[in-house]
Design a protein around this ligand. Structure first.
Ligand code: AHM
Ligand code: MG
Length: 336
């Protein structure tokens, strides 16, 4: 079938609204709110290099506003955008200790979605002009509408997600998301502030030749991961693989989804739970991966089956092309 050209994200959301099983338009509004905040954050991220010229973090700018750190700025923008449109009943952010309830104890509030967000992931890369990203995840609340949201609404296994996505602020800015019917990617035309469908139906190649891991920590990794890394480096069949590690999960994932590869953030002898957060980073990426024919595991089991116990829980994370993750799993299983 010939694909329509120049489809904007706005049009795509409207056209696909009815294909979403429980659609009442609420989820579409939610994605729209994220789209708008993404544009504002993109604008700010793009000026990050000018901070030393036009003022430093903590200084007061010409309008009398204090310059914010970009991750705080991004956090505020996404939360504001979702709050202003009154479309969610709760938000949890990697930036904040506690979740936020949005008029959820008002019985007129019929909003049923909660959003979990990592507003600016990989923010240590900003100072050196390397890509960063935003990650978001959406669930239907468990408790009844019109009653206060509780922790239970946020601590759901990833398989309950109704939508997830990321924005990558890279050489171009892209918004990639799923509502459970495949993964689609949209590229921002910064001149007119419009996202266009540029990557329809994204799929991880079944296998690939890229492995992404912070190998500086090799000495602390468990034996299964060490053996798999050695396997990646061995001269045999299509190996040695290429090592690529940006240190920005969204960008590493995005590249691997397009080219074929595996991303790993294992536990180690110094970080028993790994580094990445189950709710804000691993679950949304795992949902996207599975929707794009990839796999995501947390060591022994599928990430999306893990029942969370804490908002900021960390977990080892392995995600990527199906065959590569299966091969890694074989190595991990040897030591269990
Ligand atoms: P952050 O949430 O503090 O930004 O940390 C998450 C980031 C990921 O984007 C990235 O893959 C990882 O941390 C890199 O960690 P390390 O520097 O330990 O390799
Ligand atoms: Mg993060």
């Amino acid at each position: 079938m010939k694909r329509k050209k120049n489809v904007t994200l706005g049009e795509f959301i409207i056209e696909n609204q009815s294909s979403f099983a429980y659609s009442t338009g609420e989820l579409s509004k939610l994605i729209n709110a994220i789209r708008l905040a993404a544009k504002v954050v993109n604008h700010e991220v793009n000026k990050a290099g000018l901070v030393d010229i036009i003022g430093d973090v903590g200084e007061t700018n010409i309008q009398g506003e204090e310059q914010q750190k970009l991750d705080v700025f991004a956090n505020d923008k996404f939360i504001q955008s979702l709050k202003n449109r009154e479309i969610v009943c709760g938000i949890a952010s990697e930036e904040s200790e506690e979740f936020i309830s949005i008029n959820s104890n008002d019985e007129r509030n019929q909003n049923k979605y909660v959003v979990l967000i990592d507003p600016l992931d990989g923010s240590s890369n900003i100072d050196v002009n390397v890509s960063v990203g935003t990650i978001f995840s959406v669930y239907r609340r468990i408790t009844p509408v019109g009653t206060p949201v509780t922790l239970e609404d946020f601590l759901q296994p990833g398989k309950n997600q109704v939508a997830a996505g990321y924005i990558v602020y890279g050489t171009s800015t892209m918004l990639v998301y799923t509502t459970g019917a495949g993964v689609n990617g949209f590229t921002l035309n910064p001149a007119i502030g419009t996202f266009y469908l540029s990557h329809p139906d994204m799929q991880f190649p079944e296998t690939g030749t890229i492995y992404s891991v912070n190998e500086g920590h090799y000495i602390h990794f468990h034996q299964g991961v060490k053996d798999y890394i050695k396997y990646c480096q061995k001269e045999e069949e299509d190996r040695p693989y290429t090592a690529r590690y940006i240190g920005s999960l969204v960008s590493d994932f995005h590249r691997n989804m397009i080219k074929g590869g595996i991303y790993m953030y294992p536990k180690s002898s110094v970080t028993e739970e790994g580094k990445l957060r189950l709710l804000y980073e691993c679950n949304p990426m795992a949902f996207l991966a599975e929707q794009a024919n990839g796999l995501a595991i947390g060591g022994r089991s599928r990430i999306l089956d893990v029942v969370p116990t804490e908002l900021h829980q960390r977990i080892p994370f392995f995600v990527g092309s199906r065959k590569m993750v299966e091969k890694l799993q074989e190595f991990l299983d040897k030591y269990h």
